[in-house]
Ligand binder design. Structure first.
Ligand SMILES: [Zn+2]
Length: 567
């Protein structure tokens, strides 16, 4: 096996794919990565995260093997509409289409040929906008074109084996009637059906349209979830749930459609019948010969079961990889579908896209916060890596996030030592959101700003927006206490007389003050931040003083001391 490549997780994953190719005895062809999308809602930051991480593994695989590969973005647009998501226009009309395939429901926005057509367009726009390389596939088109027919007949040939495998994983009340097939009623066009007999000898099944379809009474989080419930957990718009239990219960009772009573025998091919979710996953893996797919930790059991179904059908399942759930602002786990606390656009309001991609490169097996408060730190982590990149040797570059964020064209580092947090503290210190003024300060402090001003300006704009939206209200400036006055006067005097304006020299002046007056260093620094910035913490004090200018800081301190004396 190849010894090329690095040690980081995408290479480890890529090596598993190489082993899988050996196990399959595949020596030619394109290696396929897959990522799924539930088109009942719009793409969101969870979609972005999954495609970004899949792209990392694909990139590593390319470095390791040089083999051709593709990412398939698969849209589950044959799924039935289970409930009308909130924030949708024409909701009443949508409600009349509950239980029908998303690809057969008119677009409530009146822009595409169907509900899922609209969502699929949005998915493609979303992925294109961020420069992802992928091939889009629609489930409905695959079914109707007959691409799945061979696999569907395989499911029918192995009907009992698949049933026996899946039924023990279901809730008791679902077990009796469970079938791998979900026929579309030819009369009412809904999935309100139940399979009553299978006829492998003539590629058909018999069904009766007598089931309810829609929001099920159980929560999607319940263990041993039914296949359909899991589907709705994996789609986007289902994150919009009404909060009051009574309202939710009311919505549930309203959003359940009943079958029309039609009975029929139908072929399983040609899109007349779809398979349930876990079987759908297996059907795709089997039909396309997928080599790699990742999924959230909540789907580990589903993936395992789907793998076993794929083997029953006669092929090997892909290499799977689960990522830990993201955490919301309270530290609670959120599923891929519920990234509603933070959107990609919100991130872009504050920081460059590369900082988000950089964040997602961190080990996916660790739960990560997906909340706006990670943005300052993660932006600075990205800048640090970008600035450190030219100093790395080739082996280290191979494993560095920058290699994956920028791939072949790593930009020149910019801005010298300017960081997101530095800009924020500057904004707080000068109490101004004047972009030009801040830029001038930074330019005086760091000569590299002039070499490539545009990214610095973008950083300023983002940091200003972040400050306005999230930090300004937390700011609490105060006057020095009587006990602090001598220290501030001492520090001000040394800043007035110093001729060395370097951050290091200014930092040692602060230390001199604490030593001269026998003060605790940490509490003196905190006092300075509280009085000068209005926050309890700040940048390195010497850096901050150098940025604003020691004489100006001295004047500020004198002013604060005087006001405290008058108070
Ligand atoms: Zn019907």
């Amino acid at each position: 096996m190849s010894q090329k490549g690095g040690k980081s997780w995408p290479y480890q994953e890529a090596r598993k794919i190489l082993s899988e190719l050996e196990a399959r005895k595949e020596t030619s062809g394109t290696v396929l990565f897959q990522t799924g999308f539930g088109p009942s809602g719009l793409p969101h930051i969870g979609t972005f995260a999954e495609v970004a991480r899949t792209s990392f593994v694909r990139h590593a695989f390319g470095i390791l093997s040089g083999l051709p590969s593709r990412i398939i973005a698969f849209s589950d647009d044959m799924d039935g509409l289970r409930k009308v998501p909130l924030n949708m226009p024409n909701r009443q009309e949508l409600a009349s289409h509950l239980g029908k395939p998303l690809s057969k429901i008119p677009d409530p926005f009146r822009q595409a040929e169907s509900y899922s057509g609209f969502m699929n367009d949005k998915l493609r726009e979303f992925l294109d906008r961020f420069g992802f390389e992928y091939e889009f596939r629609s489930s409905a088109k695959q079914y109707s074109s007959g691409a799945f027919d061979e696999g569907l007949m395989g499911v029918l040939q192995n009907y009992d084996a698949i049933r026996n495998l899946v039924r023990p994983t279901l809730r008791q009340e679902k077990r009796e009637h469970w079938s791998p097939f979900l026929p579309l009623c030819s009369q009412c066009g809904r999935y309100t059906t139940r399979v009553v007999a299978s006829h492998p000898e003539r590629d058909s099944i018999s069904y009766i349209c007598d089931q309810g379809f829609g929001q099920l009474p159980a929560s999607p989080k319940t263990a041993g979830v039914a296949t359909e419930v899991a589907t709705s957990a994996a789609d986007g718009a289902s994150s919009s749930v009404e909060s009051a239990p009574s309202a939710a219960a009311k919505a549930r009772s309203k959003q359940l459609v009943e079958g029309c009573g039609h009975e029929e025998e139908t072929l399983v091919t040609g899109g007349r019948v779809k398979v349930g979710w876990k079987v759908d996953w297996a059907l795709r893996w089997y039909t396309f010969g997928i080599h790699y797919e990742m999924y959230g930790k909540d789907l580990i059991e589903s993936a395992r079961l789907s793998g076993r179904i794929t083997r029953i059908l006669g092929r090997r399942p892909p290499v799977g990889f689960f990522y830990e759930m993201f955490l919301n602002e309270k530290g609670e786990k959120i599923s891929k579908s519920v990234g509603k606390g933070l959107t990609v656009d919100t991130w872009l309001d504050y920081a460059p896209l590369e900082s988000l991609t950089h964040y997602l490169f961190l080990n996916p097996r660790k739960a990560r916060r997906l909340h706006y408060d990670v943005i300052p730190k993660e932006t600075d982590a990205y800048l640090k890596d970008l600035r450190g990149w030219p100093k790395l040797d080739e082996a280290r570059q191979l494993d560095n996030a920058i290699r994956f964020v920028h791939r072949t064209t790593v930009p020149e580092p910019w801005g010298g030592s300017i960081t997101f947090s530095l800009v924020q503290n500057l904004v707080a210190a000068i109490s101004s959101d004047d972009e030009e003024l801040i830029f001038n300060y930074l330019q005086r402090y760091e000569e590299k700003v002039a070499e490539n001003p545009e990214p610095v300006r973008n950083l300023i704009r983002g940091a200003l927006a972040y400050y306005r939206d999230h930090l300004a209200r937390l700011r609490k400036k105060r006057l020095p206490t009587r006990e602090e006055l001598p220290a501030f006067e001492h520090f001000a005097a040394s800043l007035e007389s110093t001729e060395d304006f370097s951050p290091e020299a200014l930092q040692s002046l602060a230390f001199d003050t604490t030593r001269a007056l026998g003060l605790d260093q940490r509490s003196f620094f905190t006092s300075c931040y509280e009085v000068l910035l209005g926050f309890q913490r700040g940048p390195r004090l010497g850096t901050f003083v150098a940025l604003i200018g020691p004489r100006k800081i001295a004047a500020r301190l004198r002013e604060a001391v005087q006001k405290a004396g008058e108070a």
